[in-house]
Design a binder for this molecule. Structure first.
Ligand code: CA
Length: 568
């Protein structure tokens, strides 16, 4: 199916691309002296006097550089790399160790939910802590997750997109499949001398080989699944068919998935059940987890080792049950917005712990969400883009993201491409193994979709080292973005199945090949509802060439399926 989807696009456009790339230099030559000037730019009425502009982070005309056979090629910026390395070396000299890394990842938060992207007060959930740090750091307006929870979390942990790590969708209620067998980010950081701590939502497999302590974490405190698994069958409003049936309720109680908030320790294969998660305890989970991370930050202030903290919140995944402290605290007073306000407060507490312990200057803080807003269970998040969680329309995968590093990252906003897979390479780079160095930790047959973006983040006015963004959707290579242009090869057809109720996200479950040259311009048409491919064929050509390039990658490093769909 995937091959068929690509066939039309790639065969036609790929061939034209190769031909055009050969003739482009000749076409750019100037007219010979003595001849009447030709109108090279303008209209038939005359030549334009406008000089035009090039902009940073637009790389359609730039050939990327291959730095390793099993890695995505990169846009190289030697000066920016040098500048970043100098800044990092000076910091290491000052603190006597590599920098700490805090990844703070929320669940189902939309691009427009926090204030730093235009939401906040305007949508009834102010986020002052997030906004303060975001505006003091680098706001990434084109940061990309995958369409749903587990695939994104595994992408961060492996540096691979879902087609390569094989977790194509979330495993639910103890289904098999997870990170087992992967070489993970925390496992590599351990080798580089880091203390690794995971807190909060796991959802990357409950089987023994996939448990946090067996894939690189020294310690983990949180739950192994996803929020709704613990309570939706207990709630008489959401699932009375189960909650009010003693037999069905017992079936769920006995179902083989972890029902507890757990503690995992390196060296101990089993998990320790701390307490059951139910309608009494769910509302306090994020507070509990925040306390655990605060203690870790305080403890590590005295350590000579650098640390990696992966803090994954329960919020704002449905069902949100705010605790009494936050119920009604958002002006919107919805459970979703209350969870937004609580998440903001928790983020603020962790930043305060870093400040109080003198670690803020030596800690990179990366804030993001695991996918775009969920759309099927209101109240939910918001996005200015088309689509929801479960699709590879921009709304499903463009996520609110910023990186803050006191004294190291200058405040700015940038639309350079950033894939959350890049966190893998970037964190390993900060820990001492930059560029192609990451491959030293991996088998040769393991493809790395991430790119080292350390210099993008750290160098003053750094630019993205990523030329394109590859989109996946379930088992499909669905789209490719170059600059502001996105070529669509497989899409979710909304409103295709159900005539009533919610008609997109997972519910709009018809995926189809586009069958032709479809392209949207994300600047002029962020809603992705106008095909601009035919009018702008010169941009279709490099897009097609990029799709063809990645198709070759998939031939050499074939797609994997660890948690998949019935049809593949
Ligand atoms: Ca999610």
């Amino acid at each position: 199916m995937a091959k068929r989807i690509l066939a039309g696009w790639v065969a036609v456009i790929g061939a034209i691309a190769a031909a055009l790339l050969l003739v482009l230099p000749a076409a750019a030559e100037k007219a010979a002296p003595g001849k009447a000037p030709e109108i090279t730019r303008g209209a038939v009425t005359g030549q334009t006097q406008a000089k035009g502009y090039d902009h940073p982070n637009q790389y359609m005309h730039v050939r990327p550089v291959a730095i390793a056979e099993n890695m995505e090629p990169v846009i190289q910026h030697p000066e920016q790399d040098k500048s970043a390395k100098e800044k990092l070396a000076a910091l290491e000299k000052r603190f006597g160790k590599k920098p700490n890394i805090l990844i703070f990842i929320t669940d189902d938060m939309g691009w427009l939910d926090p204030g730093f992207n235009g939401g906040g007060e305007a949508v009834g959930n102010p986020t002052p802590n997030l906004d303060r740090l975001a505006h003091g750091g680098l706001i990434l307006t084109s940061a990309y997750s995958t369409p749903s929870c587990t695939p994104t979390r595994a992408t961060i942990h492996t540096g691979q997109n879902p087609l390569h790590h094989g977790l194509l969708r979330p495993p639910m209620y103890g289904e098999p499949g997870g990170l087992d067998g992967a070489v993970t980010l925390p496992a590599i950081l351990q080798k580089l001398g880091y203390v690794t701590q995971g807190v909060g939502k796991w959802h990357m497999g409950e089987n023994e080989g996939s448990l946090p302590q067996n894939v690189g974490y020294d310690d983990f405190y949180g739950f192994l699944g996803v929020s709704d698994m613990y309570t939706e069958w207990r709630d008489i409003y959401f699932n009375p068919e189960v909650a009010l049936s003693p037999s069905r309720f017992q079936m769920m109680e006995k179902l083989g998935f972890s029902h507890h908030n757990v503690h995992c320790i390196k060296g101990k294969k089993e998990v320790e059940n701390v307490y059951e998660i139910n309608l009494s305890t769910i509302g306090n989970l994020d507070q509990d987890w925040c306390g655990y991370s605060e203690k870790f930050i305080h403890k590590m202030a005295k350590s000579r080792k650098p640390w990696f903290l992966y803090h994954a919140t329960r919020a704002c995944h449905f069902d949100n049950y705010p605790n009494n402290e936050f119920a009604g605290k958002s002006p919107a007073r919805t459970v979703y917005s209350d969870a937004m306000v609580e998440t903001d407060a928790i983020f603020g507490r962790l930043v305060k712990a870093l400040e109080e312990t003198g670690q803020l200057d030596n800690t990179l803080i990366f804030f993001t969400s695991d996918n775009g807003p969920e759309g099927e269970v209101p109240p939910h998040g918001r996005s200015p883009f088309r689509g929801f969680k479960g699709s590879s329309w921009e709304g499903g995968v463009r996520v609110p993201t910023f990186v803050y590093w006191k004294g190291m990252i200058k405040p700015r906003r940038c639309d350079g491409l950033f894939d959350l897979a890049d966190l893998f390479n970037t964190c390993i780079s900060l820990a001492g193994s930059s560029g192609a160095g990451v491959t030293n930790f991996l088998p040769k047959n393991r493809y790395v979709d991430g790119i080292d973006q350390a210099s993008f983040l750290v160098a003053d006015n750094g630019q993205s080292n990523r030329r394109s963004r590859i989109y996946t959707l379930n088992q499909f290579f669905s789209a490719v973005r170059l600059d502001e242009f996105k070529g669509l090869m497989a899409v979710e057809l909304e409103k295709a199945i159900f005539p009533r109720g919610f008609q997109a996200g997972f519910s709009g479950g018809v995926l189809t090949q586009t069958g032709g040259v479809l392209m949207v311009n994300l600047y002029t048409d962020p809603q992705e509802d106008v095909n601009s491919g035919i009018r702008h064929i010169p941009m279709m050509v490099p897009l097609g060439a990029e799709a063809a390039r990645y198709q070759e990658v998939l031939k050499k490093y074939p797609p994997q399926v660890k948690v998949g769909f019935g049809s593949n």
